[in-house]
Write a protein that binds this ligand. Structure first.
Ligand SMILES: CC(C)(COP(=O)(O)OP(=O)(O)OC[C@H]1O[C@@H](n2cnc3c(N)ncnc32)[C@H](O)[C@@H]1OP(=O)(O)O)[C@@H](O)C(=O)NCCC(=O)NCCS
Length: 181
């Protein structure tokens, strides 16, 4: 567990999702705007999926970081060991191969009212420290990033991610990006 101080003076707790967090996570996912949901979709957001995730948290190959303010989740970020299958196939077709042993796949989200507050950056610093300590060498984006998601593209570039390809999905242009640690 880590305490972070945002530039607006708010104190936030960052920790991993726990078994008894299903209610809090369901509230968070329900509160995300339609726009944010259209950009962040690593899994279905219905209550039974969230309950299964929390129940099986000890056997997960995904570390799920949450940020809390006044006991509510205000950010949820996933770090999966290796690659998701969809990304591995698409990147493989482009002759881009990654070592599962030292690659992580990243999917971030911040509650709309907290976007642009520096929370995403502060949480990513916590995550980067963990990834480096665990000897990961590369971080990929989970399903890429929509090219039109300017804030997210800026966020990734600011943190050193580089574009390694583009693909068309659901009528939208997307970028694959990678960060070398
Ligand atoms: C992407 C996301 C995780 C970033 O978290 P955040 O807390 O908003 O990020 P930060 O406040 O740390 O940084 C945002 C940066 O984007 C910049 N930004 C904001 N709007 C922007 C825009 N329209 N175009 C370019 N940059 C923009 C901010 O100025 C800031 O950059 P700076 O630190 O250089 O000033 C968050 O906005 C989010 O959850 N978005 C919706 C879901 C999503 O898109 N997830 C990613 C899917 S690939």
């Amino acid at each position: 567990m880590k305490n972070i101080l945002l530039k607006n003076g708010e104190n936030i707790i960052v920790r991993c999702l726990q078994k008894d967090d299903a209610g809090l996570l369901a509230n968070y996912l329900t509160a995300l705007s339609v726009e944010s949901k259209s950009r962040f979709g690593p899994h279905p957001f219905d209550r039974s999926t969230v309950e299964q995730i929390c129940k099986r948290i000890d056997d997960d190959d995904i570390i799920r970081y949450v940020a809390l303010h006044n006991d509510n989740i205000i950010s949820y970020m996933l770090v999966k060991h290796g690659l998701i299958e969809w990304d591995a196939i698409r990147l493989g077709e482009e002759q881009q191969f990654f070592d599962y042993g030292c690659t992580a796949t990243f999917a971030p989200s911040v509650l709309d009212a907290w976007q642009n507050s520096g929370l995403g950056t502060a949480m990513f610093q916590v995550i980067l420290d963990d990834l480096r300590r665990k000897k990961y060498k590369q971080v990929l984006l989970w399903g890429g990033v929509q090219a039109g998601n300017k804030r997210a593209v800026h966020f990734y570039e600011k943190h050193g991610f580089k574009r390694i390809g583009s693909f068309w999905h659901d009528g939208k242009d997307n970028h694959d990006m990678v960060l070398d640690l």
